[in-house]
Design a protein around this ligand. Structure first.
Ligand code: F6P
Length: 532
């Protein structure tokens, strides 16, 4: 396949589009613009079977502890188990627990949205501030942004994730403490950034209410660590459960999704779950050859591990999906950015590409030069909608014309003879053509997937996200890595916790390397100078 050009594959087989596309209820997946033939797909399906993808899928849905290094189940699928079938975990059916948590979310969101939850001065809540980072921020914020069209603006939802004080200061500046409800979202309730922001929020509130008692009226928590949340000062009744069998990056379906439900209403939040459930059903019931998450995973393995692509772009052509690539970065790179197998064996093959992206139209005026003519091939997922939820006359057609044109151009390219013929037809002299032609050649043969939704909706978005979640799951199985832990974030966190002590006492350890030591000393001396 390394020498095959997709132009030839398309001219040899007029059925490529119908053969290599999958129609799901909420979206069409066209994967024909990949460097594949029937034979390639057959080999990749064999690889999936050799890796026992189906058996591992059963293990996940059956609550086995497939997160082996943390000895936990991986059951975010239970959060959107909309037909409420029993899901067993260690001999216990957890579906009733999930239903109870959803009922608590429902009651809470109605109370707040109907103005029945009152602040310390008896005023209704108008603003929600979600304090959380990583999976406790990206999922809810990406979904809130994506479904803005569906918000009735009963409350305004804001997000604080960065420990840089600028963010919380900017968010709180225009708000009235009497009318703000904080959601402290943290599975562990130990994350330094979140705890720091939450303490600042408490101080902001109490500097207005002059009473610690007001915390109970203005703070709720979402956590698997009820003890820490209560120790922080949050009423037990105001703590929403999440469980250790829900990974942070897969948690938006849980009470971590509270800001989503507050913004669009609980019924529409359930539609997000419905969309995800639809994909779970497809994933569990569809033969691998027609299984969208399986195909996407195998194509990513094909492009990265076999064809050598080192990154993959997520390019939404829908303004509402402007945070999708940020969400996908955590989902994929925190899951599969690893280099040892389940058994701890060193891996000597590339696992997953780095994930990056931007709104497609903005990208066309920023980095598409690279996509078309650099010598690094970047497979890309193009995501768009047939209908816009905000029809402004004459815009959507232009947007979608670019959407379709770019994947065609990336695939077909334009060769030197075509460039020369075009320049000659425009009347350019041979000297100019000789000079410019090599620079205008587009090699093409750059793989893309097209995911075309009917329109962005709570349900179609839920399906899109779940599609990527299950793709990431299959990738991990095929790559033989544990997709569910994240040991790689521990070292940096640990060193930061030590350095923050050195900075607060101005005592720099001699054990640091000379760069770190030099930087820390420079920082402390510069800070001292500016203090004087
Ligand atoms: O980045 C590490 C991580 O543990 C993520 O997996 C998680 O989503 C994030 O930090 C926040 O963790 P918590 O929800 O426990 O505050």
């Amino acid at each position: 396949m390394k020498t095959q050009h997709m132009n030839d594959l398309f001219s040899q087989d007029s059925e490529r589009f119908s053969k290599f596309s999958i129609q799901l209820p909420s979206l069409l997946l066209d994967y024909s613009k990949n460097r594949i033939t029937d034979k390639t797909i057959a080999h990749l399906i064999d690889l999936a079977k050799d890796c026992e993808v189906e058996q591992w899928r059963e293990k996940m849905f059956n609550g086995e502890h497939i997160n082996r290094t943390e000895d936990r189940a991986v059951l975010h699928v239970a959060l959107r188990n909309r037909d409420k079938k029993p899901i067993m975990l260690d001999g216990k059916n957890i579906t009733p627990d999930v239903e109870k948590a959803l009922a608590k979310m429902h009651a809470f969101t109605e109370q707040v949205r109907q103005g029945k939850w009152l602040g310390y001065s008896g005023k209704r809540i108008t603003d929600i501030v979600n304090i959380g980072v990583g999976g406790s921020n990206l999922g809810p914020q990406m979904v809130t942004e994506a479904l803005k069209h569906y918000s009735d603006h009963s409350v305004q939802v804001h997000y604080v994730s960065n420990v840089d004080g600028t963010q919380i200061a900017e968010v709180l500046r225009p708000l009235n403490p009497e009318r703000v409800l904080f959601i402290v979202s943290s599975k562990t309730f130990t994350t330094t950034e979140t705890m720091t922001n939450a303490m600042t929020a408490v101080n902001w509130l109490t500097s207005s209410s002059f009473s610690k008692k007001s915390v109970a009226k203005h703070f709720v928590a979402v956590s698997a660590n009820k003890e820490n949340a209560m120790a922080f000062g949050i009423d037990e009744d105001n703590i929403f459960d999440m469980w250790d069998w829900v990974g942070g990056r897969f948690s938006l379906w849980s009470a971590i999704g509270l800001p989503i439900a507050l913004d669009i209403g609980f019924e529409k939040f359930l539609e997000v779950l419905d969309g995800a459930h639809e994909i779970d059903e497809h994933f569990c019931q569809t033969p691998l050859e027609q299984n969208a998450p399986v195909i996407l995973a195998l194509l990513s393995v094909w492009n990265c591990t076999f064809l050598g692509a080192q990154s993959q772009a997520i390019l939404p052509y829908d303004q509402h999906l402007h945070m999708l690539s940020a969400y996908m970065q955590q989902a994929e790179m925190e899951s599969n950015g690893k280099s040892v197998t389940w058994d701890g064996e060193e891996i000597d093959y590339p696992t997953v590409p780095s994930i990056w992206g931007e709104l497609g139209i903005n990208g066309q005026h920023a980095f598409y030069q690279y996509l078309h003519q650099s010598n690094n091939v970047v497979p890309a997922d193009f995501i768009g909608s047939v209908e816009s939820v905000t029809p402004v006359q004459g815009h959507h057609e232009t947007l979608m014309a670019n959407f379709f044109a770019q994947t065609e151009a990336l695939m077909s390219g334009v060769n030197e003879q075509q460039v020369r013929d075009d320049l000659a037809a425009r009347g350019h002299p041979k000297s100019y053509i000789d000079k410019v032609a090599p620079h205008k050649v587009h090699k093409g043969n750059r793989p893309t997937n097209t995911l075309l939704m009917k329109r962005i909706s709570p349900k179609s978005l839920g399906s899109l996200i779940a599609l990527y979640e299950q793709k990431i799951f299959v990738q991990g199985i095929v790559l033989q890595i544990c997709s569910f832990d994240q040991w790689g974030v521990e070292l940096g966190k640990g060193l930061a916790n030590e350095i923050v002590k050195e900075l607060s006492t101005n005592t720099i350890k001699e054990t640091h390397d000379s760069s770190t030591k030099g930087l820390l000393k420079y920082y402390c001396s510069s800070r001292a100078a500016s203090d004087n």
